[in-house]
Ligand binder design. Sequence first.
Ligand code: CUA
Length: 191
Amino acid sequence: MYRTALEAPQGVWWKPAGPTEKIWVTIAFAWCMVLFAMMPIWHLRGAQNPSGIRHRVEPRAYSSRVYEFTQQYQVGTDNGVPLVEPPPGAHVYLQASMWAWTPVLRLREDTEYTLHLSSIDVNHGFSLFPLNVNFQVVPGYDYGLVVTPHSAGEFQIICNEFCGVGHHLMVGKVIVVPKQDQLAAVGEETR
Ligand code: CUA
């Protein structure tokens, strides 16, 4: 007799799941629940959330804030880029643009700062080499991250979000002055 696919076959045409198959389905489901629970747990306990503030900002307004900050604390230049040394605890403004990070920052070891990050054009990625620090830098948003550099030296800021033909050239710099040098500098100032 001719049948169409719309008619259900008669009787039990499928094989019921065997015991081992049921065990695997149970394990897979339980593991899915574990992974699902890890998302909120990581968010709350993972210590990987931005530590500071976030608010909207006009790219032009951010750019002029960076300019103002640079004028206020500039101590020299580094390869043609302004070198800026803000005082401890200061709000530090770093600008991402195609394809540069401005200014070059000189910070002190074991000193807290609020590091503001924003882009004036497209999405960029803030990656501090060779440390494991990564952050999305989005135009229109000002991220103020509370940071305390714990290791001295020169660090490169690499852009880790593709942003056009000059992406690979987008390298900035953060210099962290070690503790003993800070004391020496204070000695010179008071002399
Ligand atoms: Cu900026 Cu890639």
